[in-house]
Ligand binder design. Structure first.
Ligand code: AGP
Length: 364
């Protein structure tokens, strides 16, 4: 790649640091304050068609799949349309039932991931309507889809996706708001979400400014053999993505579990040598999440919390700015990108070229 590094040591660092402006770009020109909604030009889905959608299935791989999981949550919360995400690679091999009232959404940074493209082609062959949430303009998946929205993250060179993840989730928030305002989301809630979206770039800057503190924490955890990541509902895909980031660039083994599943097995792993990173937003699940921290502490597990306020049971808390509950996952992943970065750096890893990986997987 030949993009300017702009004074950063790695593309990953450059791309993480671009996230406030990238989010600003995906929001620009799309917010309609008069109707408390957003306009997404290329969707090719009019209001009547949007009302007829009974289910949404989101398909992607890796980080894009995780962004799609958060997207599905946003669509269910804001538009009250049943939605879920699935790895595109699995979907296309299980002879899925393709339902005419389901809207399919393919998610991809590159727009060239073969498993996603092949899933889109299979869906189209069966007469489904497929939208794309894609970063690279004019890419294969963007061309193949019936419509969609660009993520506008700008070029992402590092194998490890960071700014595109954040922007993809914001793009899903816009789509969810758009669908919600066509369906049952009130003007007041539309306005509330718009205000939350507008706060994101400034809050991202606040998180990026915490880098020195996060770097120190990363150095403390860098020796770990393995790490556990937990979260619930909105926090679970954040945990999955954070564990993927850590694996990809530090090669530390990491697992992600819903905090609620700990007692069904993984609690057996907890001991001082296995630190846990816990996503603990100030939402309706705060007390449940705190109970999980207590369970871990009772087994002498070390805990790093990402939360909206200091967590007593945690050994360390990264306190992030609060947004609307629905939008919190967008922000909570960002400190953990920095955490993965500095952990890998402390271990002397080649950040921009992790072993065994390619930026886009264009073969099966
Ligand atoms: C992200 O850090 C990964 N390297 C990888 O999981 C990636 O997200 C996946 O291969 C999908 O790529 P895409 O978004 O370009 O389709």
């Amino acid at each position: 790649a030949s993009f300017d590094m702009g004074g950063h040591d790695t593309y990953m660092h450059k791309e993480m640091s671009e996230q406030a402006e990238a989010v600003d770009r995906v929001l620009r020109g799309r917010i309609d304050d008069r109707f408390s909604t957003v306009h997404l030009g290329g969707l090719n889905l009019d209001a009547r068609e949007a009302r007829g959608v009974r289910r949404i299935k989101i398909l992607g791989c890796g980080t894009s799949y995780h962004a799609g999981m958060i997207g599905a949550g946003l669509i269910e919360e804001l538009a009250r349309i049943p939605a879920d995400a699935e790895p595109a690679s699995e979907f296309r091999y299980r002879n899925p039932v393709v339902d005419p009232d389901t809207l399919y959404i393919a998610v991809s940074q590159s727009g060239e991931t073969y498993d996603v493209l092949a899933a889109v082609q299979e869906l189209k062959r069966k007469g489904a309507r497929v939208l794309g949430v894609v970063n690279v303009v004019g890419s294969a998946i963007a061309r193949e889809a019936d419509g969609g929205t660009y993520v506008h993250a700008g070029p992402e060179v590092c194998v490890v996706s960071t700014k595109c993840f954040t922007n993809t989730v914001v793009a899903f928030a816009l789509l969810a708001l758009h669908l919600g305002r066509i369906r049952d989301l009130s003007v007041a809630d539309g306005k509330r979400i718009i205000e939350g979206l507008r706060k994101l770039p400034g809050q991202i800057e606040e998180i990026l400014a915490m880098e020195p503190e996060i770097e120190k924490l990363a150095q403390e955890y860098a020796g770990a053999q393995s790490m556990m990541f937990i979260g619930r509902v909105r926090g679970y895909p954040v945990a999955l993505e954070a564990s993927l980031k850590l694996k990809e660039i530090s090669y530390i083994h990491a697992e992600a579990y819903p905090a609620s599943e700990l007692k069904h097995g993984p609690l057996a792993l907890i001991e001082p040598a296995l630190p846990t990173v816990a996503i603990v937003p100030n939402d309706d699940l705060l007390e449940k999440n705190r109970a999980a921290l207590e369970e871990i502490k009772a087994r002498s597990g070390r805990i790093l919390a990402v939360a909206h306020q200091h967590q007593e049971k945690a050994d360390h808390t990264i306190v992030v700015p609060k947004n609307e509950d629905e939008l919190d996952p967008i922000l909570m992943g960002i400190p953990l990108q920095l955490f993965a970065y500095h952990t890998a750096l402390a271990m002397g890893r080649d950040i921009d070229k992790p072993r065994n990986l390619a930026k886009s997987v264009t073969v099966e």
